[in-house]
Design a protein around this ligand. Structure first.
Ligand SMILES: Nc1ncnc2c1ncn2[C@@H]1O[C@H](COP(=O)(O)OP(=O)(O)OP(=O)(O)O)[C@@H](O)[C@H]1O
Ligand SMILES: [Mg+2]
Length: 218
């Protein structure tokens, strides 16, 4: 009975205190970060002021100190705080059928790559690749989906775009630049291929299109 009481009492500690305790066991916490964490409100909900800044700084600090173990540490922080913050890069699927879906996928790609320790320029590239692939789905297939997932062992991020639209007649011609796009600059797929660490595309007329692009930190 006593044990149960003790457990529930510590569970009622504000999330910011749980965070600080768990974080200090893993990394050096600067006075500034401690101050930033402790000035959060006791009750945190999505969109609470200051949470995004704290999350970013915590993630950066963890990558700086924990390096190859960073993702394990972030996962540990999430469980220590009952997932009040979202430190670990969460996999997600986005239905793409309008501009809002494109924006959500892009936004999540940005936040995921940040949590994976990607620097700002690389984060922007991942977000751009996501929106290029999403926009292609919307524009040429009408609807489809974007899956974003983490390769934990190598701190990588995979974008998987798939649709059951009309497919592409000559993928090779598009990737080599020998076909002129009628609708855009025609840099979308070639651009994504050039910035990704791995790129595969599977498409055939009438069979839909599936693109996979993998990104690592640099
Ligand atoms: N998901 C898709 N389904 C069917 N066709 C597609 C799909 N994605 C691309 N395509 C075809 O491949 C061509 C090249 O796509 P890409 O994204 O490289 O350039 P674009 O969309 O034409 O121009 P940009 O992306 O620069 O605005 C498109 O014009 C379109 O014909
Ligand atoms: Mg395009």
């Amino acid at each position: 009975l006593k044990l149960t009481q003790g457990f529930s009492a510590s569970r009622r500690e504000p999330a910011k205190k749980q965070l600080l305790l768990a974080l200090e066991k893993q990394v050096m916490v600067s006075a500034q970060l401690r101050q930033q964490i402790m000035s959060l409100p006791d009750v945190i909900s999505p969109g609470t002021r200051g949470v995004e800044n704290v999350t970013d700084t915590v993630v950066k600090t963890v990558w700086l100190f924990a390096k190859t173990h960073a993702l394990d540490v972030l996962r540990g922080l999430d469980s220590a705080t009952n997932n009040v913050f979202a430190f670990y890069p969460l996999d997600a699927v986005f239905r793409i059928e309008n501009e809002a879906g494109v924006t959500r996928a892009r936004q999540h790609a940005l936040s995921m790559s940040g949590r994976l320790g990607f620097r700002t320029v690389r984060q922007t590239k991942v977000a751009t690749a996501t929106s290029e692939l999403a926009r292609n789905i919307q524009m040429y297939a009408g609807r489809g989906e974007i899956k974003l997932h983490t390769i934990a062992q190598k701190a990588g991020l995979v974008i998987e775009a798939s649709d059951r639209g009309p497919g592409i007649a000559d993928v090779n011609a598009i990737l080599s630049g020998s076909i002129q796009s009628k609708t855009g600059l025609g840099l979308g797929l070639r651009g994504v291929k050039s910035i990704a660490n791995h790129f595969t595309i599977d498409s055939a007329l009438g069979a839909g299109t599936r693109v996979s692009a993998v990104f690592y930190q640099d």
